[in-house]
Design a protein around this ligand. Structure first.
Ligand code: 2BA
Length: 109
């Protein structure tokens, strides 16, 4: 058994959730925030049998697309100097960042 953790853009989360349900794949959605853009994104926790990992990856790939985002300069007021960006930059976000972890035990009570 594996735990797949997928960080996706909010714009893609409804589509991904729908496509997982369609294929009877269980998932938990968590509201999350990107460390770099400080923008909202969605983290999916998906517990899945080993042989389904590639199928889930391909569903994620089909459901999520990359987008360009302009990062406006952030005020150093209220934000730490470490994350201060003094000029606008273009970053490509997504489609999805996916981690696959081994699960030691899986129980449901
Ligand atoms: P953010 O951290 O807000 O990053 C948004 C996008 O900004 C990233 O897209 C990447 O293109 C860019 N970026 C991030 N850190 C950067 C840096 N130090 N310098 C220059 N550009 C940088 P993605 O790579 O597609 O990541 C989308 C979101 O996925 C991230 O949002 C974060 O929430 C998550 N993520 C990505 N890599 C991760 C990792 N290794 N561990 C945990 N979460 C990760």
């Amino acid at each position: 058994m594996k735990l797949m953790i997928a960080v996706v853009q909010d714009k893609d989360s409804a589509k991904l959730a729908q496509n997982l349900v369609k294929e009877n794949i269980r998932a938990t959605k968590l509201a999350s925030t990107g460390g770099f853009l400080h923008a909202g994104n969605t983290t999916f926790l998906i517990g899945i049998e080993d042989h389904m990992v590639d199928r889930v990856k391909s569903i994620i790939q089909q459901s999520c697309k990359a987008r360009e985002q302009v990062v406006a300069p952030m005020s150093p007021m209220g934000a730490s100097m470490e994350s201060y960006i003094p000029y606008p930059v273009n970053v490509q976000v997504g489609g999805a960042t996916v981690f696959v972890l081994d699960i030691e035990q899986f129980d449901q009570f």
